[in-house]
Ligand binder design. Structure first.
Ligand code: DGL
Length: 269
């Protein structure tokens, strides 16, 4: 048993899609979330900048005595080996491997699409992880940078014209190639699940990288007997590095109006 919180971070509101799944799977766990809203987006930045931001995010979570660190950010997960040392003895997991494993389980025709940030796609992380499972899969990756600011500003509803426009713009080449499975490899993208699913059609399985990471975390806490020893609901602390007002609106939108969470602003440096 371990009553320390689970630490989760992302550049912004994307990782809330992982928190949502964690609350569902592990309702008694305390969670400390960091959304680095002052510096979002990460996915258009250089590898060195992403690594230095990620180190600061990890250092912040370590101060909260977290028992594990979940990198609920495809962009940082794509450079995870370069920041792992910052975590010290704290177990750390990213979204790429759990998403690749789930997509491989789901595909029948071995044609898998990956949508993520420019940095994740150009790193080749999803492609490598899928090919490590089975060299014969075909992977089509597509960067969808505009979906990140849309999510940060709450424009995710299926009837929202910009969400529909950018979904079609980015996904038409992926759809044309006949993928039967699509990895939502940026954690902001599950917020667009309805519009993406409507566009791709019901025969394409969507894999949320966020949800797969939450499942993996739950399995690993159970296997290592590190679950919290409490009956009541866990405390949810959600930190942002910029306006709490916009962040609080997004939290209500993405986690539901009745979410019982503390919303706090913090400084990383
Ligand atoms: N949600 C993040 C990801 O999964 C980052 C998006 C961004 O900041 O560009 O890649």
């Amino acid at each position: 048993m371990n009553n320390s919180p689970i630490g989760v971070f992302d550049s912004g509101v994307g990782g809330l899609s992982c928190v949502e799944e964690l609350i569902r799977l592990l309702p008694n766990e305390d969670i400390v979330y960091l959304g680095d809203t002052a510096r979002v987006p990460y996915g258009t930045r250089s590898r060195d900048t992403i690594i230095s931001y990620a180190r600061e995010d990890i250092a912040f979570l370590k101060k909260h005595n977290v028992k594990m660190i979940l990198v609920a950010c495809g962009t940082v997960s794509s450079v995870l080996d370069s920041v792992r040392d910052e975590c010290g003895d704290i177990p750390v997991s990213g979204v790429v491997i759990p998403a690749a494993e789930a997509a491989y389980k789901a595909t029948h025709n071995k044609k898998i699409g990956v949508i993520a940030t420019g940095a994740s796609i150009s790193s080749g992380s999803y492609d490598r992880s899928l090919k490590a499972i089975d060299e014969s899969v075909s992977v089509i990756g597509k960067a969808c940078p505009m979906l990140v600011p849309l999510a940060e500003n709450g424009y995710t509803a299926p009837d929202c014209p910009p969400a529909r426009f950018f979904t079609e713009e980015y996904l038409s080449p992926v759809k044309e190639l006949g993928v039967d499975t699509l990895i939502l490899g940026c954690t902001h993208f599950p917020h667009f699940s309805e519009v993406i699913s409507e566009y791709m059609g019901s025969d394409v399985t969507l894999i949320s990288a966020s949800a797969e990471l939450a499942k993996k975390a739950s399995e690993s806490l159970n296997a290592s007997a590190q679950r919290a020893d409490r009956k009541e609901e866990g405390r949810i602390s959600l930190y942002c590095t910029d306006s709490e007002t916009l962040f609080a609106d997004n939290v209500r939108k993405f986690l539901g109006r009745d979410i019982n969470a503390q919303i706090l602003k913090c400084k990383l440096v």
